[in-house]
Ligand binder design. Sequence first.
Ligand code: TYD
Length: 202
Amino acid sequence: MRGRFITLEGIDGAGKSTQHAWLVEHLRQKGHAVVATREPGGTPLGERLRALLLSEPMHLETEALLMFAARREHLALIIEPALASGRWVVCDRFVDASFAYQGGGRGLAWEKIARLAEWTVDGLSPDLTLIFDLPVALAQQRLSAASPTRDRFEQEQTDFFERVRAAYLRIAAENPQRVKLIDAEKSLANINKLLEEIIATL
Ligand code: TYD
């Protein structure tokens, strides 16, 4: 049987990475074989592209193309083979991040991203996407508390993250079957309990 594909999304500072680690552990305890991975990245080439994307200034379309180049590699080498062999894939960000950041944040036309997605992903959709949502000011506080240094995206201003957040909310509203919107202001324990319930329905 094909494995399940779960993606986690949200603005920087939403606590997505903590929940990613928890979810992977939870699924392993339930006896699933789980591949924990992330975008951009997840392959040797993808991680090199990630390093460039997080540090090097570039044209917004170049940024989108490199995100999708890394994604193509990731799908071919990691995601598709894992799902085909029955393993579950839990991925920290996927296509929705391109719509939210390159589309919402940077203002690249939604239609252009949709075309890249169609070409790259070829119909593969996550079985479940968790979008961790919280006010931008709070996310910024959490980011500052977590680390003194910020990458190229984390250095963006409040209005950028407001647009990214709005795009994520739009994606959640337009895909109610696939996407669960999680109130990331809740305590870790409450969020874990909620995730447990959501996973049980898969
Ligand atoms: P992130 O998961 O925030 O990494 P970390 O938790 O280690 O900081 O991902 C890195 C950044 O990449 C994040 O700011 C969002 C950005 N990104 C895009 O802009 N578009 C994409 O398609 C993806 C996958 C990520």
